[in-house]
Design a protein around this ligand. Structure first.
Ligand code: MSP
Length: 513
């Protein structure tokens, strides 16, 4: 059985979770569920990144300890997981003892390998993004990531990143798919080719962090601390031989576009330095704007995933996020577009199809339909098109083309609606009852297949529908799968009730405070 280790970045605890964070997690969840359906043994992890100067300062401002501050926000991220219906296998906090042990062990390994030395650092420090920049990297007096900068000098341990330039180039050459999409790969390559400077990996200007082994005035740089979470979650250092570990051989890090460099350059160099294999792939997605603008507290446009789930259900939010954004590009998150997609696809096209067919079977066939003994050419064409669609779905997901995948499924749904409209089973009750039940069986079987394709994105509703069909099912893609020859439908209920658009103004989907 193939194994896969899928990770989200671990989230900073200096702000409450918003739609952008929810997106990374949902993408990973869909990918994890999809691969489990294909038979893979998937380990899927997430968590919170809790150290650093900013957390320390926010805690002081709030009049509580950094630990208490981190506890409060970490809980909001953790509690969001069941609300979004996320199937993660573990959740890590960088303040946990298991993580401290890993980071300190990893540090010692880097040091023993000769890649850490003590020096002094001066530079422009972007506090928001916990990163130093050189004068020539600043943009309009701010860091290239947009944060305010301060000039700081401190004694500091360095990692010999410069020693990895050629090894990184060779690694990129040998692993052309290492960074996805190719645009980000090219950015990484040009960054490496510009020349790599040694990296400051300890801080003395604050104390909220993991102490450097044997020199506790220093705390470990928050990115080195945070990246190591992926090893902690894979049992390192107890499981020291990661190179023989089946999960580690198939790690996929999903990250937003702004943190590719940390994963695809720094992390790779750290791992190379201690002789651990780099991840298999770093997959990067774009950013959500909110109603056309960058989400910010001051603009009051921070989209709150908790509210969307409460108002419309997690499946609706998951569907919208995957369908609306072309994976890898930026996109706009807007309530009106959300409702528009919900009503047209989930409520009308899919929900109505299921409801019409299943309730008709209940009312007109006492809930029982059996497999037709023969198929007409129209039936064969329809079934063939649905099967063809399913075959296209699998490679699209493997290529992270989530919006095209859902577009394909939407096409399958519209084929089913066309088949209903053309065959008009409702009119055949008295004249051709046998043909009517044949059509309904064929529809039920195609609804079953379509619903399985949708399962990774709308797991809650998909399971509900599969139960309504009364078929014992397995959440696997089985190419030649057929449903039983007789199906009994009992309870049915609408899947996605329409949203009344006259209420849009009343819906508050923005985070408060
Ligand atoms: N703590 C670091 C990651 C360390 S991983 C070893 C961090 N945290 S973050 O909370 O700022 O971001 C986490 C993820 O949320 C990133 O993948 C980021 O791209 C994503 N998003 C945050 N805002 C976003 C949007 N507005 N849109 C889409 N995703 C964005 O970086």
């Amino acid at each position: 059985m193939s194994r896969l280790y899928i990770t989200t970045p671990i989230y900073y605890v200096n702000a409450k979770p918003h739609i952008g964070h929810a997106y990374t997690t949902v993408v990973c969840d869909v990918f994890a569920r999809f691969n489990r359906m294909l038979g893979a043994d998937v380990k899927f992890t997430t968590g919170t990144d809790e150290h650093g100067k900013k957390v320390e300062q926010s805690a002081v401002k709030a009049g509580i300890s950094p630990q208490e501050f981190a506890d409060n926000i970490s809980k909001l991220f953790r509690d969001l997981l069941p609300v979004l219906n996320i199937s993660n296998n573990d959740f890590i906090r960088t303040t946990e003892p298991r993580h401290k042990k890993t980071v300190q062990h990893f540090w010692k390994k880097l040091k023993d390998a000769g890649y850490i030395y003590l020096g002094e650092y001066s530079g422009w420090y972007d506090m928001r993004n916990e990163a130093y920049f050189a004068e020539d990297e600043l943009v309009d007096g701010k860091s290239p990531l947009g944060g305010e900068v301060q000039y700081i000098t401190e004694p500091c341990y360095f990692f010999k990143l410069s020693a990895f330039q050629d090894k990184l180039l060779e690694f990129y050459e040998n692993n052309p798919d290492f960074v996805y999409p190719v645009q980000r790969r090219n950015e990484m390559l040009s960054f490496i080719k510009q020349g790599l400077r040694d990296l400051a990996i300890s801080r003395t200007t604050f104390s909220w962090g993991i102490p450097v082994p044997d020199d506790p005035k220093h705390v470990v740089y928050v990115w080195l601390d945070a990246l190591t979470n992926y090893l902690t979650l894979n049992g390192y250092p107890d499981n020291e031989n990661q190179n023989n570990d089946k999960y580690w051989n198939n790690v996929i890090h999903f990250v937003g576009k702004e943190i590719v460099k940390f994963h695809a350059i720094y992390w790779v160099a750290f791992l190379m330095a201690v002789g651990i294999k780099p991840p298999k792939q770093v997959v990067s997605h774009g950013w959500w704007l909110s109603e056309g603008e960058k989400m910010s507290k001051s603009l009051g446009n921070v989209q709150d995933p908790y509210k969307y789930c409460r108002l419309f259900g997690s499946d609706a939010l998951r569907y919208y996020m995957l369908r609306e954004l072309t994976f890898g590009s930026d996109g706009n998150f807007a309530l009106e577009a959300f409702i528009q997609r919900y009503n047209s696809v989930l409520a009308n096209a899919y929900g109505n199809l299921c409801n019409r067919v299943l309730s008709f079977i209940c009312k007109r066939c006492n809930g029982v339909v059996t497999r037709p003994t023969e198929l007409l050419p129209d039936d064969e064409k329809f079934i063939g098109e649905v099967d063809g669609g399913i075959e296209q779905v699998i490679p699209l997901v493997r290529q992270y083309n989530f919006s095209r995948y859902l577009e394909k499924v939407e096409h399958m749904i519209s084929l089913a609606n066309q088949y209903v409209d053309y065959q008009k089973p409702w009119g055949l009750k008295d004249s051709e009852p046998k043909r009517m039940q044949d059509i309904l069986f064929i529809l039920a079987e195609q609804i079953y297949k379509i619903t399985k394709c949708l399962y990774p994105v709308i797991p809650h509703t998909a399971e509900k529908l599969l139960k309504q069909l009364g078929i014992p099912y397995e959440l696997k893609f089985i190419p030649t799968e057929k449903i039983p020859d007789v199906i009994h439908i009992t309870d049915i209920e609408p899947l996605f009730p329409r949203i009344d658009t006259s209420d849009i103004q009343k819906l508050n989907v923005y985070a408060e405070g």
